[in-house]
Design a binder for this molecule. Structure first.
Ligand code: HEM
Length: 148
């Protein structure tokens, strides 16, 4: 591992931490937002918090995680072909695609709350809150243990 590879991996992990912090906190805000009266000061404050968290942290952190992750993957790939990746990395990329889809749903729900058109209950967002947690645990086990 070259010093450059280690620097990129360090910033990859920093971006991952920021992305996961947002992915675990955002649905929590949506849970509490469900209890706020439409048009109330509380609801308008939640809208601002959700929008700023999404645009200021979660979106840029996801982009940085992908860009740095793909750079690392390119260096892990077999020298014969960039797509000759180890099994654990393919499994990891599939899980990150699922996580990115969940990110997309969060962005859609933040937009719905922004327009006072939320369709889901607090219980729904509490259950959804567990999804990024479970995916994150599986990804970290894959990349650290490299089981296959
Ligand atoms: C976006 C797609 C991603 C790609 C292509 C990717 C790829 C990689 C690669 C190739 C490494 C280096 C592995 C090594 O040399 O040992 C790495 C390290 C790491 N990745 Fe990712 N990654 C991605 C997203 C994520 C996500 C979403 C998480 C966590 C939720 C994550 C957590 C980690 C961790 C913790 C390490 C350090 C592992 C170690 O030090 O052994 N990555 N990643």
């Amino acid at each position: 591992m070259t010093p450059m590879y280690l620097w990129i991996m360090a910033f990859h992990i920093i971006a991952v931490i920021a992305w996961m912090a947002g992915m675990l906190y955002l649905p929590r805000l949506l849970v509490y937002h469900c209890a706020a009266e439409k048009g109330s000061v509380q609801s308008e404050t939640f809208k601002l918090m959700e929008r700023r968290l999404l645009r200021g942290i979660v979106n840029p952190a996801m982009i940085a995680t992908w860009v740095l992750g793909l750079w690392l993957a390119w260096h892990v790939a077999d020298s014969r072909h960039a797509l000759l990746l180890p099994g654990w990395l393919w499994a990891k990329i599939v899980l990150v695609l699922v996580l990115s889809a969940v990110h997309g749903l969060f962005a859609r729900w933040v937009k719905a709350f922004g327009a006072d058109q939320n369709q889901h209950s607090a219980r729904f967002y509490r259950i959804i809150n567990e999804v990024p947690t479970i995916i994150m645990i599986a990804i970290v086990l894959l990349v650290v243990l490299k089981p296959f």
